[in-house]
Design a binder for this molecule. Structure first.
Ligand SMILES: [Zn+2]
Length: 601
C-alpha cells in the first residue's frame, strides 16, 4: 500500500498528542495562563508527546502486523484527526475562558512596588543607556525624586515606617527581630482593609504571620514559616525562604508542579527547570542564582493573585537589589576598592545591573496588565553605596550544624544582625526541645571548652548569639580550628562557615516614582521622605490622613484642581491593627524586656 506509512506516522503522532490532553486539561482548569505562550504550548503538549506517539505507532505497526491495518486506514486517520482537533479546541476553550489577559472590572486603584535598596545612582545611568525601559517610562509619565529615609537604616523598621507613616518608637518595629505581632499602629494596608477595600500584599516586610483581613498575603523573606494566604501559594515561600537561608532543602520538583498548577507560565517553568537548586555550588554563585531565579516565579504568582483576588490596593516587593548589593558592590564598581583587602572580581561585575534589568522586566509585566487608571508608586526604603571599610566576617553554616545534630528540617533559620534565629517548623516534643537546647548549648570548637553560642528564647524561637569575634582574622580560633564537634561528629572548618565580604551598605536616599491619572507628568520631588508615603497613599485613595502621622501629603505631584475636588480629610488617629493569633488561637505577646536585645550593630 503506497504512502501508507505516512498514515502510520501521522496516526501515531496524533495518538501521542492525545496522551497530553488529560494533563493539559487538568492544568488548563487550574492555571489557564500556563498556556499563554502559544509556541511553547504546542511544543510541550503537542509536539513532544506527538513525537513519542509517532515512534510508538511505528513500533506497533512493525511488531504487531495484526494491528497494522488500524494504523493504515484512511478513515480511522481522519476520524482520529477530527477527534483530536475538537478535543484540542476544547482545551483551548477552557484555557481562554478561564484566563483573561486583562484584569477584571475591579482593577487595582493603587499598586505599590517596593524595590529594597534601589538607588538613582545606579538607575539613572542605566535609564540613560536605555537599560530600564519600563522604569524609564514611569519616570517620564509621572513624578520622581529621591526619598529620604530614617536612621538607623534597617529595612524592616523603614518599610514599617513607610506603611504606617509613623516613627519606629511609635510603630513598635525597632530591629530585625520582629514579626507582625510586634506592630503597634495601623499600616495603610490595615486602613484600606478596614474601609472595605480589597487589599493584597506580596512580600512587604513584617507581614508574617499572614492575616485574614487581606485578600492575599505572601509574607517577606523575614517570614518564619512558609505560610501564605491563600495556602496553595506556599510553594513560592519555600522557594524564597530557601534562597535566603541557603537551606538547600527545597523540593524543586514539588515546587515546579505546584508552580505549573498555580500561576506559573511556561517560560518560568522552563527557566526554573534549567536552574536546579540542589546542585551544590560556590556560595556566591548559589546566592546569585537563587535571587535571579525567584523573580519571575514571584511575578507569575502575583499576576495570578491579581486576576484571582481582584485587590483594589496592593503591593509587590523585591529584595535582590539590597541582598546582592551588599555582597557584589565592589565587583560592580571597583573604583575605591583598589586599596581594600577586598579584591574586586570582574566576573561578578554583571550581577547588580542584571538584577536591575530583571526588576525592570518584572515592572514591565505588571504595567502590561494594569490599566491607565491605576496609580503606581515605585519606591525603595533606602539607597545603597560602596562600603570600603567593611571587614570580612565568618557566617556559620547553621543548616549544616543542625544536620549534624540530627535536627535537619526542624527549624527555619534566619540570620540578622549577627544572630541566628531558629524558628521551629515542626511541633517539638518536650524531650526534643530539651535535646535541642542541650546540643546547641554544648557546641564548641574541637580544641575548646567554651560554648560557641549564647542561647535565648524569644516567642518560641531560639536565638543563637555567637560568643566569639566573627571578624575574619588568621589568628581567630575559627581560622585555626580543626572544626566543630556535634554529637561526636566533626564538621570540618571548610563546611562550618563561609567568609562573607559585604562591600555595599545602605545610604539615606532611596527612590520614589509616582505615576497615575491624577499625577503631573515629569515633575521632580525635592524633599520627599519615607514618612510622607503613608499620608500620600491615603490621599490618593481619598481616605483620611491621621493627625498622628508626622509626614505630609506630597501635594505638588497632583494635577491642578485635584485637591480642590478631593480635599484632604483628617482623623485624629487610627485604631491599632487587630491582634495576631498563633495557631492555637492565643494572642502572640512580645516580652518587652527582650525587646531591646540584640539591636547592636
Ligand atoms: Zn540591606
Amino acid at each position: 500500500m503506497p504512502g501508507s506509512h505516512r498514515y502510520t506516522r501521522l496516526i501515531g503522532f496524533l495518538f501521542g498528542g492525545a496522551l497530553a490532553i488529560p494533563p493539559a486539561l487538568f492544568t488548563a482548569f487550574h492555571n489557564p495562563v500556563f498556556f499563554s505562550h502559544l509556541g511553547w504550548t504546542l511544543f510541550f503538549i503537542a509536539f513532544i508527546p506527538g513525537l513519542i506517539g509517532l515512534i510508538a505507532g511505528q513500533g506497533i505497526a512493525l511488531l504487531f502486523p495484526r494491528y497494522r491495518h488500524f494504523f493504515l486506514n484512511l478513515k480511522i486517520f481522519i476520524l482520529v484527526c477530527l477527534l483530536l482537533i475538537s478535543i484540542w479546541l476544547g482545551v483551548w476553550g477552557v484555557a481562554v475562558s478561564r484566563s483573561s489577559r486583562t484584569l477584571g472590572p475591579a482593577w487595582p486603584k493603587l499598586v505599590v512596588i517596593g524595590l529594597d535598596a534601589a538607588t538613582w545612582d545606579i538607575m539613572d545611568p542605566m535609564i540613560q543607556a536605555g537599560d530600564l525601559p519600563h522604569l524609564a517610562s514611569l519616570c517620564r509619565d509621572g513624578a520622581r525624586g529621591p526619598l529620604e529615609t530614617l536612621s538607623p537604616i534597617w529595612s524592616p523598621v523603614i518599610w514599617t515606617s513607610i506603611a504606617t507613616g509613623r516613627l519606629p518608637e511609635h510603630h513598635g518595629i525597632t530591629g530585625y527581630y520582629g514579626t507582625r505581632a510586634d506592630l503597634k499602629c495601623a499600616r495603610v494596608w490595615d486602613i484600606t482593609a478596614s474601609h472595605g477595600k480589597r487589599t493584597g500584599l506580596f512580600g512587604w516586610l513584617l507581614t508574617w504571620p499572614p492575616e485574614n483581613q487581606f485578600v492575599f498575603t505572601i509574607p517577606s523573606w523575614m517570614a518564619r514559616s512558609t505560610e501564605t494566604i491563600p495556602a496553595r501559594y506556599s510553594f513560592i515561600q519555600e522557594l524564597n525562604l530557601n534562597r535566603d537561608s541557603s537551606r538547600g532543602d527545597a523540593r524543586p520538583l514539588n515546587i515546579l508542579f505546584r508552580g505549573i498548577l498555580n500561576g506559573w507560565q511556561i517560560p518560568t517553568a522552563i527557566e526554573y527547570t534549567n536552574n536546579p537548586l540542589q546542585i551544590p555550588v560556590d556560595p556566591d554563585e548559589a546566592f546569585i542564582r537563587q535571587h535571579f531565579i525567584s523573580v519571575m516565579p514571584c511575578v507569575d504568582v502575583y499576576l495570578a493573585l491579581l486576576r484571582e483576588q481582584n485587590p483594589q490596593v496592593t503591593c509587590f516587593c523585591l529584595y535582590g537589589m539590597d541582598h546582592l548589593g551588599h555582597r557584589f558592590w565592589k565587583d560592580f564598581d571597583p573604583t575605591g576598592f583598589k586599596e581594600s583587602p577586598q579584591k574586586p572580581r570582574p566576573e561578578y561585575r554583571y550581577v547588580i545591573p542584571d538584577y536591575y534589568r530583571l526588576a525592570d522586566a518584572a515592572v514591565g509585566r505588571l504595567l502590561a496588565v494594569l490599566p491607565q487608571e491605576t496609580t503606581i508608586v515605585v519606591l525603595s526604603d533606602h539607597g545603597m553605596g560602596p562600603d570600603y571599610a567593611a571587614p570580612a566576617r565568618y557566617v556559620f553554616n547553621m543548616d549544616r550544624i543542625l544536620e549534624a545534630a540530627g535536627m535537619r528540617g526542624w527549624f527555619s533559620v534566619s540570620f540578622a544582625q549577627r544572630r541566628y534565629i531558629l524558628h521551629p517548623v515542626i511541633d517539638l516534643t518536650d524531650e526534643q526541645s530539651e535535646r535541642v537546647r542541650k546540643t546547641l548549648r554544648d557546641l564548641s570548637l574541637a580544641e575548646q571548652e567554651t560554648p560557641l553560642f549564647e542561647i535565648s528564647d524569644e516567642n518560641g524561637d531560639m536565638i543563637l548569639n555567637p560568643q566569639m569575634e566573627m571578624l575574619v582574622d588568621p589568628e581567630s580560633p575559627l581560622a585555626v580550628t580543626e572544626g566543630l564537634r556535634v554529637n561526636g561528629q566533626l564538621i570540618p572548618k571548610e563546611e562550618l562557615y563561609e567568609i562573607r565580604h559585604l562591600s555595599g551598605s545602605h545610604r539615606s536616599n532611596g527612590i520614589l516614582i509616582v505615576k497615575g491619572p491624577e499625577i503631573v507628568l515629569g515633575i521632580r520631588f525635592q524633599d520627599a521622605g519615607v514618612l510622607d508615603i503613608a499620608p500620600t497613599l491615603l490621599a490618593i485613595l481619598g481616605l483620611p490622613v491621621s493627625k498622628e502621622m508626622p509626614g505630609r501629603v506630597l501635594e505638588e505631584m497632583f494635577l491642578d484642581g485635584y485637591l480642590d475636588r478631593h480635599p484632604i480629610s483628617w482623623v485624629d488617629s487610627y485604631p491599632p491593627p487587630p491582634a495576631v493569633k498563633d495557631e492555637t488561637g492565643e494572642e502572640i505577646h512580645i516580652d518587652d524586656r527582650l525587646r531591646g536585645l540584640g539591636y547592636i550593630e
